[in-house]
Design a protein around this ligand. Structure first.
Ligand code: C5P
Length: 227
């Protein structure tokens, strides 16, 4: 490749997709740190939009109103995370009710379309680690490494429970398991950008792995790739 062509090549992306509470967010953050890359938590965009819709009384099935809201919200994604009108977005979007609402609006075409450009704009040198449901299939189909991260539903519910309790957000384990199974079903069976492993994705089951072991698997896959 000539120097000019190399300069034009888009920044590399490691796409990490998987079901809710599979540890994608923490793993993506650690992989980004290890490589010195940027990070995109795409779920936070869907959560923030859902949170705003709940606050503004926009119906969660009003596709065109939600699409418009996605376009006008003064959102930006920086290395310090998601900002709304220049102010950092905090744990208010991490509540389970917001996650459930996010998964409802994420099935709507105008919502997905309205959030696409911002996700793609996060791709900057030296590279991007992006986590979500459709990073490898739709948003960055040319990502040189795609990971599909899963874990059993029971272990994901337990992890989510611990995370929420640590943040001081009250939760019930059976309720979380139920929400998680419903969310998996909705994310997997929707018509648009359903949760599925991208072609060529490296599958990692983290049920028996801790975060650092899972991060190491991703980094190994990247090194095997020649990265
Ligand atoms: O990853 P997280 O649980 O924060 O995402 C919240 C919801 O947003 C998911 O259940 C999913 O429905 C939706 N989502 C999506 N596509 C993405 C990221 C999240 O549909 N790339």
């Amino acid at each position: 490749m000539s120097a000019g062509a190399a300069a034009m090549a888009p920044a590399p992306v490691i796409a990490i997709d998987g079901p809710t509470a599979s540890g994608k967010g923490t793993v993506a953050l650690e992989v980004a740190r290890a490589l010195g890359w940027h990070m995109l938590d795409s779920g936070a965009l869907y959560r923030l939009l859902a949170w705003q819709a709940l606050g503004q009384g926009v119906a969660l099935d009003d596709a065109s109103a939600l699409g418009r809201l996605a376009e006008v919200l003064p959102l930006s994604y920086t290395d310090h995370g998601l900002m709304l009108a220049g102010r950092p977005v905090g744990d208010e979007i991490r509540q389970e009710a917001v996650g459930v609402a996010a998964s409802r609006i994420a099935a709507l075409g105008p919502v997905r379309q309205g959030l696409l450009a911002m996700q793609r704009a996060a791709r900057r040198p030296p590279g991007l680690v992006a986590d979500g449901r459709d990073m490898g299939t739709v948003v960055f189909p040319d990502a040189p490494l795609k990971i599909f991260l899963t874990a059993s539903a029971a272990s994901r519910a337990e992890r989510r429970y611990k995370q929420l309790i640590e943040k001081g957000i009250s939760a019930s384990l059976p309720g979380l398991l139920q929400d998680l199974l419903e969310r998996d079903a909705r994310d997997t069976h929707r018509a648009l950008s359903p949760l599925q492993a991208a072609e060529g994705a490296v599958a990692i089951d983290s049920t028996q792995l801790d975060i650092s072991q899972t991060v190491e698997r991703v980094l190994q896959a990247w090194r095997r790739q020649g990265g």
